[in-house]
Design a protein around this ligand. Structure first.
Ligand code: OGA
Ligand code: MN
Length: 305
């Protein structure tokens, strides 16, 4: 049966129905999903009960999966491909809001793009809503392609053409220190050294370009730090205008797929002292670096991407 693709916001988010993702999909059905994701950078599938093995099997259709970070795995309860974005313990109890894992996850509440702090950043993320709060905890997505297409320049002589040459430093140690406080120990910091990403990305399938400025994006290589940060902040603010945003209100068993090359996203806050929220993410690794790297990848960065 052909899938149905219903546009939710023009050219950006769509709901896909007529498919059950917990079974092996025929090649033409998967091809239709992949085509939909080239056009709509965010795809919503409702009513898709998935266990981790099924989620991994479907995700692998898009390509090789990343191994999640230690803090996302939390005592290795799940398969290593699963990022457990939750405020629930190994034993199933609500974690205190000041628990390191919960604090780490609040970093997701700032606009970002997954794994841009790895030498090979992610292509797609697939997020499965296993338990969702009755209020709060929506996820927002901003169309970084539309932002690129419309950016008028910074008013100080920098045009969109000038951006193409620019490479930025990305670091999760930097972004978390800004957004959640310094939560990494010295070993983590040695594992997660800064990497380089180009500021403009071109999608290999759709050829669309985007502004690649998530929270891990620290500064522009070769520019004075503050000047680079001001440019990045201006581009990020341009990207997150209401007209470019789609907001997803979660129901249990939703699966949402987004293309990290083309989309910024963030989780909205919820009352973590009252509500449980369990999301399982699989992350499809990218095809290569977006810019020449200054350093060899660390062992953690190498196994994680
Ligand atoms: C993620 C993420 C946001 C959310 O899983 O990569 O940023 O709403 N999640 O949980
Ligand atoms: Mn994320």
């Amino acid at each position: 049966m052909p899938i149905e693709v219903k546009e939710l916001t023009p050219g950006f988010a769509a709901e896909v129905s007529g498919v059950e993702l917990n079974r092996p999909l025929p090649g033409d059905t998967f091809a239709a999903i992949q085509e939909a994701s080239d056009r709509f950078a965010v795809l919503i599938f409702r009513g898709q009960p998935l266990d981790d093995d099924q989620q991994v099997a479907f995700s692998e259709r898009f390509g090789r999966l990343e191994i999640s970070m230690k803090l996302d795995q939390y005592h290795n309860r799940f398969r290593p491909e699963i990022s457990d974005i939750s405020n629930v313990s190994f034993e199933g109890t609500l974690l205190p809001a000041d628990h390191k894992k919960v604090v780490f996850n609040t970093g997701n509440e700032y606009w970002h793009t997954d794994s841009s702090f790895k030498p090979v950043p992610a292509n797609y993320s697939l997020l499965s809503g296993r338990e969702v709060p009755p209020e709060g905890g929506d996820t927002e997505f901003a169309d970084a392609r539309a932002a690129y297409d419309t950016w008028p320049g910074n008013g100080k002589g920098i045009t969109v053409d000038d951006l193409r040459e620019l490479v930025c430093e990305h670091s999760i140690v930097y972004s978390r220190s800004v957004n959640t406080g310094d939560i990494f120990n010295e070993n983590d910091k040695a594992d997660w050294t800064p990497v380089r990403q180009s500021l403009i990305r071109t999608h290999p399938r759709s050829a669309r370009k985007s502004l690649y400025t998530g929270s891990h994006c620290s500064h522009v290589i070769g520019w004075p730090t503050e000047e680079g940060r001001a440019l990045i902040e201006a581009l990020r603010q341009w990207t997150i205008q209401p007209r470019f945003i789609f907001r997803h209100r979660w129901r249990v068993n939703d699966l949402v797929i987004w293309d990290n090359r083309m989309v910024l996203h963030r989780g909205l806050p919820f009352d973590k002292s009252r509500y449980r929220r369990i999301m399982h993410r699989t992350t499809v690794a990218g095809d290569g670096s977006t810019a020449p790297q200054a350093n060899e990848p660390t062992a953690a960065q190498a196994v994680s991407s």
